[in-house]
Design a protein. Sequence first.
Length: 125
Amino acid sequence: MAQLFRQFSSFAGVGLIATGVHYALLIGLVELAHTPAPPAALAGSILGAVVSYALNRRHTFRSDLPHRLAGGRFALVALGAAALTYFFMSLFVNVVGAPYLPAQVITTGVVTLWTFLAHKMWTFA
């Protein structure tokens, strides 16, 4: 149980960094480039995933799997996370009419839980 707590705490810390990168790109694209929120969120999600892979592989899961295996698995999970991000952002912003930042906060919570479980049980297992 202590191992799981350590991993999730580390995952959350890495997630804060990756989320900061994600949100910075999202806000920059929406506010400065006038990009619609769903594709801006998708771009932020992809950049955040790159940061997340590097830090989670080394610090959270301490994996020694070859990059070609772990990287491929991570890419599939990140693709799923990006698809979930795009889906929920489209739902909240375009269907519900929610402001994009609160919508992204809710989306981040859902996607964080999904990615932790996927990385723990498959990517870095």
